[in-house]
Design a protein. Sequence first.
Length: 229
Amino acid sequence: MLTKNLFLPVPSVCFKNKNKAQHSLYQASNPLELKFVFALIAHAMMIRTVAKSNELSFTLSLKNISSKKGLFGTKKLSLTAVGKLLNNIDHPYLKIDTVMYADDEITYCLTEAYIKDLFKKATHNKNVTLSELMGYKNISAMKAHLQIGYFECYKISFYGAVDFFNISKEMSHSNQLVAIKRILGSAKNGKKPVYYGETYDKKTRYTIETPRLDDYQFFEDLEMDFDDD
C-alpha cells in the first residue's frame, strides 16, 4: 500500500523555468496519472534510501490501493482501473515493467535520467509531501504548488506562465492573466499573486509573482548518504 506519509524527492533542476527536467517531471496525460508517477517514484526512493541501495528496480503490491489509510484513500479505484492506468504511463523518470493481476503486483524501474537529475545539485533538491497534492484536480495546480513551495517568492514572466500552465494562446491577454492568477491562487501554500510590468530600454517585461505562505515549507531535506555514480 502507498502510505500517506510518502514524500517525493524532486531534483532542483525541475524548479527552473523552461528547463528540460521541469518538462519531464510533469509529463502525464491527467492528474491521477501524475499522482501515481509521483507515488511510485516516492515509494522507490523510500526503499532505496532506507536500504542504502543503488537498486533501480522495485515491486509494489497493489492490494488495498484505495484503503482509507493509504495515499489514494479518497479514490475508489479497482485493480483493473489501476492496472490500465499504470500500463499507459510513459514518463521519462519511470519505466513500468509488468502489472501482474494474479499477484496484485507491479514491477517498475527508476530511470537513469531521474537519478542523474536528482544528483546534479543534490543539496538544492526538495522533498514534496505527496498528501498535499492529492486534493488538486489538475496538473497546473500541482505545478503551482511545487513551484511556490520551492521559492520564497515564485516569479515567472507572463508569457512563461502561459506556456508552463498550458494556457490557450487563442485567449485574450486579459483572460490569460485571469487564468494564470486562478491557477496560482489555487495553490494552498501561496499568497495572492501579483502582476506588474517593468520597463527597460522602452521594452516592458510583465511578471507574475506569488509569495509563499510564511508558515509553509517542504519536508526537510532528504539525507542521501549512499553511493551513487
